[in-house]
Write a protein that binds this ligand. Sequence first.
Ligand code: GLA
Length: 389
Amino acid sequence: MSTESVGDARARAVAAHREEWGEPAAVVRAPGRVNLIGEHTDYNDGFVFPMALPFDTVMAVSDGPPDTASEIRSEGYGAFTLDGDVPDWGIYIQTTHELVGDRLRREGVEVPVWRASVAADIPTGASLSSSAAVEVATALAIADRAGFRIDPVEVARIGQQVETRLLGVATGIMDQLISATAVDGSASLIDCRSLLTSPHPLPEGTAVVVMDTMTRRELVDSEFSARAATCFRAASLLGVPALRDIDDVAALAPLASEHPLEHRRASHVVAENERALAAAEAMHAGDAAEVGRLMNESHDSLRDLYEVSSEGLDRMVDIARAAPGCLGARMTGGGFAGCAVALVRDPGGAVGVEPFLSEVVRAYESWSGVAPRLWSCRAMAGASVQRLG
Ligand code: GLA
């Protein structure tokens, strides 16, 4: 049995809006994501293969009175006015508001005064892209209030610019693009250079299980920047615009002796791009065992060559691989903490992937002392705006 929708963020956002401001004019939702394969490839112009999760960030929105400041309320965090004193948690919304505002002004469209009540079911710090979902929901909410049609790819680009501006790192576009464009029932192979997405239905008789190690880590941004910088250096040493332009690890040989770090990191990226493409083919052919095998290889490469795993993630992956029905397991997202993902055989019926879930929970809890959270997830549709009334 896969999870249709986790939590009731929509109901909470609408109720909060009614209480504070009356009936919302629209409800915007943007999902988190799990990446099945193609990790640390997006900022190298490569290939990724994520799907949207049944966890959303939801904004109930309405127009504010003209000539006032836009206001945001978020469950558990409080309220702030845009362009005023912005608390840390509001910085993604504020920055998205600024970038969408610039875009509207360029089109001669007035920037709306808007009010939003935010509720979210995406676990934070778990590598499930909660901040990307906030950026995507915010961009769609403002565009909706302005009556401006905005392309989902542009929404994703704006979200990526928000991250770049806030973190000072050239991050990839995977998280925002899948949140904005995912197709119900499918994972999407995304070419991060052309930004073309091709949806692939998940293989029959399998389930995608997201496994939260319950570990969180601060200061991941500096590790992320270091990895990106090493990749950019490797590309420039090889005289190509991006590592995407190398399609065979043998072509990395010139780096091996003088630049061993660049060689190691680039070896992961080049092979990972190949794996993401191979996984799409296997998915297309319904070869779930091959997808699982590629996921296993991906994890081992992230652990040994890219060095972005952690003890908790490695343990979770080992436990999952040994559990009933597992076809493959790996860390997902940026790494260092948060979630892993497994592809599991799902015979259907009442039992489904229950034996897998219970064994992983038992074994991980007995190792770490903390009960992990697991979700068997359906691939959901990307962000949407629903007008009310
Ligand atoms: C983070 C980034 C993504 C991507 C992954 C690694 O989630 O936000 O753009 O780079 O790490 O694949």
